[in-house]
Design a protein around this ligand. Structure first.
Ligand SMILES: Cc1cc2nc3c(=O)[nH]c(=O)nc-3n(C[C@H](O)[C@H](O)[C@H](O)COP(=O)(O)OP(=O)(O)OC[C@H]3O[C@@H](n4cnc5c(N)ncnc54)[C@H](O)[C@@H]3O)c2cc1C
Ligand code: SF4
Length: 480
């Protein structure tokens, strides 16, 4: 343990954001890194609890108390090695993870958790800038070939682990660029894409082959892959968006959030977006339906594009400002979360159901809504009723549907293979083996667990790699 009295003497300090008026002028990251001395002092705040709840709160089980201690003692390189022992891409999670570890930290009982995410990101960013992060080549090679379908965080983690175990790994990606939602969904102002390019280069040096524009089940058959490879990992994400099939849904100006967000990421990458299909918020009254990460990213993107106003609607009730720690700690609490995008300007409305869209000349200009109330039925299930007489409308010229994703795309690969699905439509495979109903076909990430987080995708990719290695070789030394 670093400093026994550190948590009493040193205040929590985190990275700050650039001021709103500066950051909404651009699409770059706006977190201001902390000086290394300040990061070390934050490490000293860790109490090295006998039962480190942060460690179980982190989906990849990062060895948090250990690297906190190392940072306090200036052992940055050792901390980096330890960080990489559980997490292939800490620079991704260090920027975009919601940090359930910090909710679980014992110091969070008094609202003052160790700045775990800031420390994590500082360690790995320093590792890159010092040139400490190098390709990790396998000691020996096997004669086994593995295909990974999908290049999101689960596919990347799975591929990197399998290559390090000595197998020949090919990642097939239907898009023209690698990274999954990290590349095409999450805006650059949350995570710049050079971070993915840098990891891709590392993985290529480790032997991973990337094949883009390769849509398995469309321009390459799954049968061919199953014949050509010893094992196949499906890491295709949860790509079917939840729709809002109400009157007026077909009007121009009503779009799925991903259509809007992916265009902006394309623009930032230098790609020209075709004028005929362009969705742009400039000068418009934007309505975002859905209150999660995707909705929040639509808010931040709309403000940067110069929207006239941005309003967000959420079907659920407004959560409490502060959780009841006695009931929730060390678990992830339900409470009001205000993202950096919300701080940049957005009117937020809760308990609102959209009943229909109206338009003029085929373009949306109005949403008709009603307030709802939530209650528990006799089986304890949450039910919703419309509040009589609470009908109202919003003016809007651009509506973005950000209500989540229901399951992976079934047409093509999944239907062709006839692999078993869960009742929710995700690929059925358990968390011990990640093996599906088809022997050499494995699944990990959002396609298996349903829409989730980057840190969970990394965890699943790593565990799936362990299981595939075990399946191919009879045992595995890869960590689970
Ligand atoms: C807008 C948005 C913002 C988000 N923000 C955050 C955040 O801030 N923090 C966080 O932790 N999580 C966030 N998430 C969630 C996170 O991005 C996902 O949980 C994570 O990316 C899932 O990883 P994955 O590898 O399972 O799938 P994905 O990232 O979805 O990658 C799947 C890849 O598979 C490819 N693919 C699919 N089918 C095929 C096929 N048949 N052939 C070839 N390729 C195929 C796809 O093109 C895609 O590239 C966000 C999600 C969205 C949509
Ligand atoms: S990956 Fe997420 S949960 Fe784990 S230590 Fe980092 S910020 Fe915390």
């Amino acid at each position: 343990m670093g400093k026994a009295t550190g948590f009493m003497e040193i205040d929590r300090l985190e990275r700050e954001y650039e001021p709103v008026e500066d950051r909404i002028k651009h699409f770059k990251e706006f977190l201001i890194p902390l000086d290394p001395e300040k990061v070390s002092a934050q490490g000293a705040r860790c109490m090295d609890c006998g039962i480190p709840y942060c460690h179980q709160g982190c989906p990849v089980n990062n060895l948090i108390p250990d690297w906190n201690d190392m940072i306090y003692h200036g052992k940055w390189r050792e901390a980096l090695d330890l960080l990489h022992s559980t997490n292939n891409f800490p620079e991704f999670t260090g920027r975009i993870c919601p940090a359930p570890c910090e909710s679980s930290c014992t110091l969070n009982i008094t609202d003052n958790p160790v700045a775990i995410k800031t420390i994590e990101c500082s360690v790995v960013d320093r590792g890159w800038s010092e040139g400490w992060i190098k390709p990790e080549l396998p000691i020996k090679h096997s004669d086994k070939k593995v295909a990974v379908i999908g290049s999101g965080p689960s596919g990347l983690a799975c591929a990197q682990q399998l290559a390090r175990a000595g197998h020949s790994v090919v990642v097939f990606e239907k898009n023209e660029r690698i990274g999954g939602l990290l590349r095409i969904g999450i805006p650059d102002f949350k995570m710049e894409k050079t971070l993915i390019d840098r990891r891709m280069a590392q993985m290529q040096s480790e032997g991973v082959e990337f094949r883009t524009n390769s849509y398995i089940g469309k321009n390459i058959s799954i049968e061919k892959l199953m014949n050509d490879f010893d094992a196949v990992a499906f890491c295709g994400g949860s790509e079917t968006p939840r729709d809002l099939p109400v009157s007026g849904r077909q009007l121009k100006g009503v779009h799925f959030a991903m259509e809007f967000l992916s265009q902006q990421n394309d623009r930032v990458s230098g790609k020209i977006v075709d004028k005929d299909v362009e969705i742009i918020a400039k000068g418009k009254k934007v309505l975002v339906i859905g209150g999660g990460d995707t909705g929040s990213d639509c808010v931040g993107t709309s403000n940067r594009q110069g929207a006239m106003s941005v309003t967000q609607l959420e079907l659920l009730d407004q959560p409490p400002e502060k959780e009841n720690k006695a009931l929730t700690w060390p678990n992830w609490p339900m409470k009001l979360r205000t993202s950096s995008s919300h701080q940049e300007g957005c009117e937020r409305n809760w308990s609102v159901l959209t009943k229909s869209f109206e338009g003029n000349n085929g373009n949306v200009n109005k949403l008709n809504c009603v307030n709802v109330e939530w209650y528990k039925d006799s089986n304890g299930r949450m039910k919703m009723v419309e509040v009589e007489g609470s009908e109202f409308s919003f003016q809007a010229d651009l509506v973005l549907l950000a209500m989540g994703f229901v399951h992976p795309i079934h047409e093509g690969l999944i239907n062709d293979l006839k692999v078993n699905l869960t009742p929710a439509g995700n690929i059925d495979a358990n968390e011990a083996k990640y093996q599906t109903s088809i022997e050499k076909f494995f699944a990990a990430g959002d396609s298996r667990r349903g829409q989730s987080l980057v840190v969970w995708a990394i965890k699943e990719g790593r565990q799936c790699a362990h299981s595939i290695d075990n399946f191919l070789m009879g045992s595995s030394e890869l960590p689970r």
